[in-house]
Design a protein around this ligand. Structure first.
Ligand code: DI6
Ligand code: FE
Length: 404
């Protein structure tokens, strides 16, 4: 009991620790010591006499989960792409729009033109939507700047979001997202610029926690990404990859070879890629919102991921082109209805496994003594409710690092 400052009792605790479904403790209690969890277990195992200084909250049976983690977002951008949504519904594909100079390139034009403070207020309003639904940690990627100054501008905006909202932000440099117009037809030269200029600058300013790339016919080849990853690792940065979203480029195997934190999308991954991910303990991040928004039909091979025991995370992919859907909870539901995940897999995908995908496995993602005290109290009684509906189960209270 030493150092306990707060006790939450009469809770249905979905601790998300390994060992039993949801890590569920039906009549549970959670003790905090400052910004960390100090104790969690069945209420009947609590010591009988608590020091008077401990603030006690009775949540009357309510569900308590770890704070949610959205481990893949591109929420810093300017401009809108609603016309592409119209185009796609009139029969043009995402890939065709990109090849015709729309898609990511159009967001790059708008984002380059935007000032840092305008970009920040746009991004803050999106991040606030996630915070309101119980998200306490997010990853934010650059990738709409595509030159040194604009990529760094995006990363600075991402970092400031973490100072203005009760949110832990992990930033990812995604300079290898698309070939910028000034390098048209010279992808290898752009990759050289990413490795020699953009990556070292982001690392020197401490603006990036990881490095990502888009491995795709409309993105970069595995050989080009290998150069980016090699440079990233020289600079001590973790890597992750947009892999197998629209086609199988053997990106998952590449990610695994570099011991990537995660390989994301994976609709087109095959057995070989899954086996490689399993061996590297790389997290498979599934993005059902993007799949749904692009009206894709090839689902990621969930059963294969299960059989090979690849940890599965779910994220929003919040971005202007393929997932302008500012809700992680929506993705929990879509992960079940579209990909066939169970509600338990969905919840672990935005808690324990999402923490691993961000390299935060030891600090966040479960309710366990020693970890940061990020938690959500819900108007629900059972953790399956989080995925089993949309828009009705909401946070009653959110605690981040011990503060609400
Ligand atoms: N895949 C995605 O889903 C996002 N980036 C990527 O490589 C979408 C980017 C966009 O369309 O703006
Ligand atoms: Fe993405």
């Amino acid at each position: 009991m030493q150092g306990w400052t707060r006790l939450i009792r009469n809770a249905t605790v979905a601790s998300c620790v390994d060992g039993k479904p949801y890590g569920l403790i039906p009549k549970g209690a959670i003790a905090l010591a400052g910004n960390r969890f100090a104790w969690v277990g069945p209420a009947k195992e609590l010591p009988s006499a608590l020091p008077k200084s401990v603030a006690v909250t009775d949540v009357r049976g309510a569900l308590v989960t770890p704070g949610l983690i959205d481990c893949h977002t591109h929420l810093v951008w300017a401009g809108s792409r609603y016309r592409e949504f119209e185009q796609r519904l009139n029969g043009t594909s995402y890939e065709e729009i990109a090849r015709a100079g729309g898609g990511i390139a159009s967001t790059v034009t708008a984002t380059r033109a935007a000032g840092e403070s305008d970009l920040l207020s746009l991004a803050l309003s999106r991040a606030a939507r996630l915070v309101a639904e119980g998200v306490t940690t997010i990853e934010i990627k650059s990738g709409y700047g595509l030159d040194r100054d604009n990529e760094l501008k995006m990363l600075r905006v991402a970092r400031s979001i973490g100072k203005r909202l009760p949110l832990t932000v992990r930033t990812t440099l995604l300079a290898a997202h698309a070939v910028p117009p000034e390098f048209k037809g010279r992808a290898d030269d752009y990759i050289k610029c990413v490795c020699d200029e953009i990556l070292p600058a982001a690392a020197a300013e401490g603006l990036a926690d990881a490095v990502d790339a888009f491995c795709e016919r409309i993105g970069f080849t595995p050989a080009q990404i290998e150069r980016v990853f090699t440079r990233a690792q020289e600079l001590g940065l973790a890597v992750k990859l947009h892999a197998e979203q629209l086609s199988n480029q053997r990106g998952a195997a590449l990610a695994a070879r570099f011991k990537a934190l995660s390989a994301d999308h994976l609709e087109h991954v095959e057995k070989e890629g899954v086996v490689a991910l399993a061996a590297a303990r790389t997290v498979a991040v599934l993005l059902p919102g993007a799949y749904s928004y692009l009206r894709e039909t090839k689902r990621p091979p969930v059963e294969l991921l299960r059989v090979h025991r690849v940890p599965i995370a779910i994220a929003s992919d919040l971005n202007p082109g393929s997932a302008p859907l500012a809700s992680l909870l929506l993705n929990l539901n879509l992960g079940c209805t579209l990909f066939g995940l169970t509600p338990e897999e969905a919840l672990l995908g935005v808690t324990r496994h999402a923490a691993r995908a961000l390299g935060l496995r030891k600090e966040r993602g479960t309710i366990e003594p020693g970890k940061f005290a990020d938690l959500v109290i819900w108007n629900a009684e059972h953790p399956a409710e989080l995925a089993a509906q949309f828009g009705m189960v909401r946070p009653v209270a959110i605690v981040r690092e011990g503060a609400s």
